[in-house]
Design a protein around this ligand. Structure first.
Ligand SMILES: [Zn+2]
Length: 106
């Protein structure tokens, strides 16, 4: 996958189209990502004891990686990336400005 945790992405389809957010989790095997504040699902949790109130929990659900586009930190544009091998390591390169897009540090 060309998207890593910590990347800023633009949502290109679905109900959150045109919004931006930060990738907080990547699911390589299923090709999905969780983006902060995007695709929020509300879950109702029933009260466990009587007299307690039920709760609404909001959490972002995974979306397909094909619905997001990486935002280049250098030129600020949503872009496609390509890989370039530099000294045996795979580097992501912005197709618009040719800048190297490093993996975000945690
Ligand atoms: Zn760029």
């Amino acid at each position: 996958m060309k998207i890593y945790e910590g990347d800023n992405v633009l949502i290109i389809s679905g109900k959150d189209r045109a919004r931006k957010g930060k990738v907080v989790r990547v699911f390589d095997k299923i090709g999905k990502v969780i983006v902060e504040g995007i695709n929020i699902r509300r879950k109702h949790v029933k009260a466990k004891k009587s007299g307690e109130k039920g709760q609404k929990i909001e959490s972002p659900a995974p979306i397909s990686v094909s619905n997001v586009k990486l935002i280049c930190p250098k030129c600020g544009k949503a872009t496609k990336v390509e890989y370039k091998i530099i000294k045996d390591s795979k580097n992501r390169i912005c197709k618009k400005c040719s800048a190297e897009i490093p993996k975000a540090k945690k």
